[in-house]
Design a protein around this ligand. Structure first.
Ligand code: GDP
Length: 426
């Protein structure tokens, strides 16, 4: 059985925690898209970890953690993280890296920085991890698959060719030092040493695992609204964040994905630029940011303060629909326990008309939030295990959001830990 854990919003919904939790019963956990530009924070028996490229399954010794072909694989970052968890007492995880995964090249990171510098105030707020240049090269067919490390002559030749075009841009557009293909080759040979023991044919491995009835989790990065097709283009990420892409980025049949668990945070946060209709500012935002997540809403990769907002039913309804949601995991609800009243965004007013349909980017920029204010519950709900034991106003908040988004909330997360979860039978 294949399940996907994906985000409904802008990312940082708590997918890492849900994947880590569901990982207990999973045989295999696969990252299928994205790179080291976003991170998951996971709290478990070994401590608190910020993972950027390692799948969230690395803490279990019964799971195999896989880097699928859809990932932007930064090899040195991957192994830095790998060594870090081992040095903190986590047993060496079973890892498999797709021979078809492409590598983030050292110059992708440089191009990301140079382009943000060039754009100045008009920049995308990139994390400068090289992700956009990486995916551009992948689709321009000048990327490098892990498998290419194993044919040194062909690799050398291709590096010369790719450097020729890169160097034109470096010299004339960015006015930066040129790339040297020989140096890059040496660097790639270092990468080869690191990955060699882990490289394999992931789609064949998953095919057999499905036949054997294994439980496979697909772990998404970011959320629906950052999808390049269905998100807030161009303020999106460069690979698809949707469960459907899990089939491609892992290499398994789409019809095998039986459960799509869409993680939805009980309030909103976003990083980077782009329209964010239910955004709040000032002290109201600062307080939610300070209390949010587990230790504040600051980027797991960048440490940047996240933009904060109330729960957005319009964006979440759309985010869940476009994922093909079967189950919603409603997370970080405990954080809202300090509020007397909790505003929720129930509609967008665009040019004088109110809609609950999420629009394309141009219209989204003009949208003003229509808020409904719900009563708070003013207690700490951490530690509660049964839905019925939640305060009435808290249940009402959940049920109101559920009705607005139109997908069943079957899990409520009331704390960062693995066991802070309330299951609801729907
Ligand atoms: P991801 O990228 O979707 O995995 O999200 P992040 O890891 O960036 O952000 C989620 C943050 O919230 C992390 O610090 C988690 O430890 C924390 N978290 C997850 N679920 C809960 C929850 O139910 N309550 C609280 N207080 N924190 C949570």
């Amino acid at each position: 059985m294949v399940k996907a854990v994906v985000g409904a919003n802008w990312g940082d919904e708590g997918k890492g925690k849900i994947t880590d939790m569901l990982g207990e019963k999973a045989d295999i956990i696969v990252r299928f898209q994205g790179g080291a530009n976003a991170g998951h924070t996971i709290v478990n028996d070994y401590g608190k970890f910020a993972l950027h490229t390692l799948p969230s399954g690395v803490f279990y010794d019964h799971t195999t953690s896989i880097i699928g072909n859809g990932v932007a694989l930064n090899i040195p970052v991957f192994f830095k993280e790998y060594n870090e968890i081992i040095s903190r007492g986590v047993p060496a995880p079973k890892i498999m890296i797709s021979d078809r995964a492409q590598m983030v090249m050292p110059y992708h990171v440089l191009f990301d920085q140079y382009e943000e510098e060039r754009l100045g105030g008009k920049s995308f707020g990139s994390t400068k991890s090289g992700i956009a240049p990486f995916y551009s090269d992948k689709y321009a067919k000048i990327g490098f698959q892990v498998s290419e490390l194993f044919d040194e002559e062909a690799l050398k030749e291709k590096l010369v060719r790719v450097c020729e075009t890169k160097n034109v841009l470096l010299e004339h557009l960015y006015h930066k030092p040129a790339l040297n293909p020989d140096e890059l080759f040496e660097e790639l040979m270092e990468y080869k040493k690191m990955v060699e023991p882990y490289v394999g044919d992931v789609s064949a491995f998953l095919w057999n695992a499905i036949k054997e009835g294994k439980e496979i989790l697909l772990e998404g990065q970011l959320g629906s609204l950052k999808d390049p097709d269905h998100g807030i283009y161009p303020m999106v990420t460069s690979s698809s964040t949707l469960a459907a892409y899990g089939a491609i980025g892992a290499g398994l049949p789409p019809y095998e994905i039986k459960q799509i668990i869409t993680v939805c945070k009980a309030y909103s946060s976003a990083v980077g630029a782009g329209a964010f209709v239910s955004e709040i500012f000032g002290e109201e935002a600062d307080e939610l940011r300070r209390r949010g997540g587990d230790g504040g809403e600051y980027g797991a990769t960048t440490g940047r303060p996240r933009r904060m907002g109330w729960f957005d039913c319009v964006a979440s309804k759309y985010g869940c629909r476009i994922q093909g949601t079967t189950d919603v995991a409603f997370t970080v609800l405990d954080v809202l326990g300090y509020l007397d009243e909790i505003p929720v965004c129930v509609g967008y007013e665009i040019d004088g008309k109110v809609t609950t349909d999420f629009p394309t980017t141009g219209l989204l920029e003009k949208a003003k939030p229509v808020l409904k204010v719900l009563p708070g519950w003013k207690t700490d709900i951490r530690g509660i295990k049964k839905y019925e034991d939640l305060p009435e106003n808290c249940r009402k908040y959940i049920e109101f959001c559920e009705e607005q988004i139109g997908f069943p909330i079957t899990m409520v997360s009331n704390g960062p830990g693995r066991s802070d979860i309330i299951y609801r039978n729907k």
